[in-house]
Design a protein around this ligand. Structure first.
Ligand code: UDX
Length: 438
């Protein structure tokens, strides 16, 4: 390696985190070797085919840095070439709710104790995992470097991090320094700490964000009882710098691959030590109930839902992704079907996944087709294009122009002027006092 050549980076597990990590390090000038056991995925990545995940900016990044990116199914190629091995394999929940570490274990098993490489853990693992790995391989240099990437803005988040958490215990300092060097050009605030604390920072951050959302959702539910508007309440709260405006959007709850998994994993982690994490239990329960409350709102207007046609606008767990893991739409569709309703849906990009996951839902190719003849529509995902719809025409095409805005995304006054009965989450119902201020 010449003086100004950057060290090669190894990425193990080319899922969503792994691919973003690989592409971004290549963008920073590192040669990257990325390995995955899925031959089909590696073949697609090598051949320049459509990426297996939808992430804005990622295809361009992979293309632009192709000469620095090598994809392989042979872990030996990574071990031979790279001093830093970023472990990005997934840790799905087991039946007990604990994180399944079998893929992490498989990676650890292939790395030589006391070899030249350091294992850098990006996979979300329970606090204590690093310690357990080093008990078995005491000479292995080990760094915990959790990811905080959001789907839909992952490339941006990687390249402009708020902070870079680097946890290492004595003996792994050279590896922690090397990870810090690799991230240094990005300018995020470095947080150098021990391994267990780094592991907890990741779990606690996601649990706190989920708590913030469940909190504002409960405030929304109280707002409905007292005639207040939660969007106004959140605005007033968020201006307090100690609270901040982010993650205070009330709606039908959080979804996605991380919040559900990580809150349960943290609760179980605490439970395994004999500690009952009461607050987190409530956070999880509130999120479950929040989706179901929408069905109650429909029933207040329509009575029984048997034989009613209900349209879901948006299916992805949030906009700018086709990810439907833990999406509110899955619970809503199955609850509505359980009530005997006929469900139609539209999503700009999650259509393919929706057909696999929701075989009993008719997937339409436009919002208009989805609401045609419907008794009610529920806005599930705040896709920007929904703000631009011709809502007058939408209202005319429905049997009953009733809309539950599950994300408080639309302007109630505009929707009511278009002929809708509009219900938000934690906003005054039709004719409510705060209507004019929204
Ligand atoms: C999250 C974390 O933000 C990220 O740091 C972590 O590494 C992975 O998990 P992500 O799952 O991509 O990222 O989604 P995020 O943008 O955080 O949103 C999660 C869910 O919360 C979405 O369903 C979103 O609709 C919901 N949400 C978010 C709200 O209901 N209200 C809010 O105010 C913010």
């Amino acid at each position: 390696m010449s003086a100004n050549e950057k060290p090669a980076i190894g990425v193990i597990g080319v899922g969503w985190v792994g691919l973003v990590t690989a592409a971004c390090f290549a963008e920073l000038g590192h040669g990257v070797v990325a390995v995955d056991i899925d031959e089909h995925k590696i073949e697609i990545l090598r051949s320049g085919g459509t990426l297996p995940i939808h992430e804005p900016g990622l295809p361009e990044l992979v293309e632009r840095n192709r000469e620095r990116l090598r994809f392989t199914t042979e872990i030996g190629e990574v071990l031979d070439a790279c001093p830093l091995l970023f472990c990005c394999v997934d840790t799905p929940p087991t039946y007990s709710g604990d994180a399944d570490l079998s893929r992490v274990e498989a990676v650890v098993a292939q790395i030589q104790d006391g070899g030249e490489q350091a294992l850098v853990m990006k996979s979300t693992v329970p606090a204590g995992t690093g310690l357990a790995i080093r008990r078995r391989k005491p000479e292995l240099a080990y760094v915990s470097c959790p990811e905080f990437l959001k789907e839909g803005t992952a490339v941006e988040d990687f390249l402009h991090p708020d902070r870079v958490v680097i946890g290492a215990d004595p003996g792994s300092d050279w590896a922690a320094d090397a990870v810090a060097d690799a991230y240094a050009p990005l300018g995020g605030q470095p947080v150098r700490t021990d391994v267990a604390s780094a592991e907890m920072i990741k779990l606690a951050s996601n649990a706190f964000l989920a708590t913030k959302i469940s909190f504002i959702n409960e405030i929304a539910n109280v707002c409905e009882e007292v005639g207040a508007d939660v969007t106004e309440v959140a605005r007033g709260m968020g201006l307090d710098e100690r609270i901040g405006p982010k993650f205070l959007k009330a709606g039908i709850g959080w979804g996605g691959s991380c919040f559900g998994k990580d809150t349960i994993a943290l609760k179980k982690l605490a439970g395994n030590t004999g500690y009952h994490f009461q607050l987190l239990s409530a956070v999880i329960d509130v999120n479950e109930l929040q989706k179901r409350r929408v069905v109650g709102k429909l029933k207040q207007h329509l009575g029984s839902l048997t034989g009613r046609r209900i349209a879901l606008l948006g299916l992805a767990f949030k906009p700018n992704t086709d990810d439907m893991r833990d999406a509110a739409s899955l619970v809503l569709a199955s609850r509505l079907r359980g009530e005997g309703a006929d469900v139609r849906a539209y999503d700009p990009i999650a259509e393919q996944r929706a057909r696999e996951l929701l075989p009993e839902v008719e997937i339409s190719d436009s919002p208009l087709a989805a609401i045609d003849g419907a008794d009610a529509a529920i806005l599930v995902t705040e896709w920007p294009e929904f703000a631009e719809l011709d809502w007058e025409q939408m209202a005319r095409r429905m049997t009953t122009p009733l809309l539950v805005d599950g994300r408080n995304f639309l302007d109630p006054a505009r929707l009511r002027a278009a002929g809708f009965t509009y219900e938000g989450i934690g906003r005054p119902a039709d004719g409510g006092e705060a209507e004019a201020s929204t």
